[in-house]
Design a protein around this ligand. Structure first.
Ligand code: ATP
Ligand code: MG
Length: 406
């Protein structure tokens, strides 16, 4: 996997950008509010078809361009995927006339052929670290599910399909649950949706379990390096539906706070247990007007020395764990797809002490391609800068520097 070239037109504060990525490491320096995050966001957008923030597409269109009679924005990349050159392209075009509430729709092309946005996923694989990713460790479970979904979708198209179908079935089952609650009727109508939900849900649960176990192994090692061996990170999968415990099976329910990472039954077994569980929960689900268990309620937990980082972690610890997770993801993705992803690191050095900074620079030695932003060149050693391509961004314009310019 390689990113060769990025072009932007009216994308955020980039009116026009043509940028090659000829080397392994690209360092992008700039003062605050010049366009560092926007550039990484554009690459991530082409990789996932989704903006970083769940806002409207119009937020991505350059403000000045919005004043034009036919505003549009475009992000395109040339990449190497599976030893082939490919071209990915997203164009944003207005769906209605000019005015304050102008909305935009994305038009995706892959190698010049019109495709759906979801088809982009898996072509350019990226691992992105942005400062707000600390929410992965410190924030609500939704952040962690979104993380799992983006990572797994990039690697495994079958996961992505199951997830889309699961969400569709879930919405339909929930609508029926509300109707049964409000208007009454036979719960027998739920049977069809139960089966569908169990089938797609089992694939999601099995894949998340496998991925988190793999990630745990790699993240422990990365975290040991980052902390000089002083701290021990562990990741745990906390599925909302416990596929191990069977009601009446004699086995006590697992303490979920301990998490589950091994001894998972095969997918067919998860599906049949999930189905049994869904059937047994009709009354509860109808009363609630929604499906109370399933992968849409999953969580994962990070702990250091057995203590939950969400509750007890310092900011620096939470940040280090997030970084270890992302570096581990690079490793896992490389192993599972036979192609290293592109690593995108936004302002990664701030809040890290010297040990962690040096360990991070060491870890970057093994990375196939990375784009790294910073406000301060001194965050990186001269030796590290010497092997990188050096760029400066100011006000949406990028210029190349030589080491002597710094
Ligand atoms: N649609 C848009 N049109 C024009 N400018 C935009 C648009 N969206 C965001 N911007 C502006 O782009 C500028 C650069 O944002 P960006 O987040 O990339 O900065 P940054 O270099 O990462 O700064 P920091 O060091 O503070 O993180 C900001 O001033 C922001 O207001
Ligand atoms: Mg930024």
């Amino acid at each position: 996997m390689r990113l060769l070239h990025l072009s932007l037109v009216n994308y955020r504060n980039y009116v026009r950008l043509e940028l090659d990525f000829p080397t392994r490491i690209t360092l992008l320096q700039g003062a605050n509010a010049q366009g560092k995050t926007n550039l990484l966001e554009a690459i991530h957008y082409l990789a996932t078809g989704r903006a970083l923030q769940a806002g409207a597409e119009r937020e991505l269109v350059n403000w000045l361009a919005l004043e034009e009679p036919l505003p549009h924005a475009r992000a395109a990349a040339e990449i190497i995927h599976d030893h082939q050159k490919e071209k990915l392209e997203i164009t944003l075009l207005p769906v209605n006339g000019p005015g304050a509430q102008m909305n935009f729709r994305k038009h995706v092309r892959i190698n010049g052929v019109a495709r759906r946005a979801i088809d982009l996923v898996g072509h350019l694989r990226v691992v992105l670290f942005v400062p707000q990713d600390i929410e992965l460790v410190a924030g609500a479970p939704g952040h962690r599910r979104r993380y799992l979904d983006i990572a797994l979708c990039q690697m495994h198209p079958a996961y992505c399909r199951a997830l889309a179908q699961y969400n569709q079935v879930l919405a339909q089952r929930n609508a029926l649950l509300r109707a049964l609650r409000d208007q009454g009727g036979s719960p027998g109508q739920l049977r069809f949706w139960d089966e569908q939900l169990a089938e797609h849900g089992a694939l999601i649960i099995a894949e998340r379990q496998r991925f988190i176990a793999h990630l745990d192994m790699e993240a422990r090692a990365r975290h040991r390096e980052l902390t000089g061996g002083r701290e021990h990170l562990q990741l745990h999968y906390l599925p909302s539906f416990d596929p191990i415990y069977q009601p009446g099976g004699g086995q006590p329910p697992l303490a979920f706070s301990e998490g589950i990472s091994s001894d998972f039954p095969p997918r067919e077994e998860i599906a049949s247990r999930f189905l049994t569980h869904l059937r047994a929960s009709h009354e509860r689900d109808i009363a609630a007007g929604m499906t109370l268990t399933g992968p849409h309620r999953d969580d994962m937990r990070f702990s250091v020395g057995g203590r939950d980082l969400r509750v007890y972690g310092s900011r620096g610890q939470q940040r280090t764990a997030t970084l270890a997770l992302k570096l581990a993801e690079v490793q896992v993705m490389t192993q599972e797809t036979d192609e290293p992803p592109v690593l995108l690191l936004d302002d990664v050095m701030s809040e890290l002490d010297d040990t962690r900074r040096q360990a991070l620079l060491g870890a970057l030695d093994g990375v196939a391609q990375a784009v790294i932003t910073t406000t301060d060149w001194d965050d990186f050693t001269p030796a590290f800068r010497a092997q990188a391509r050096l760029l400066r961004v100011s006000n949406g314009r990028v210029e190349e520097l030589s080491p002597d310019d710094i």
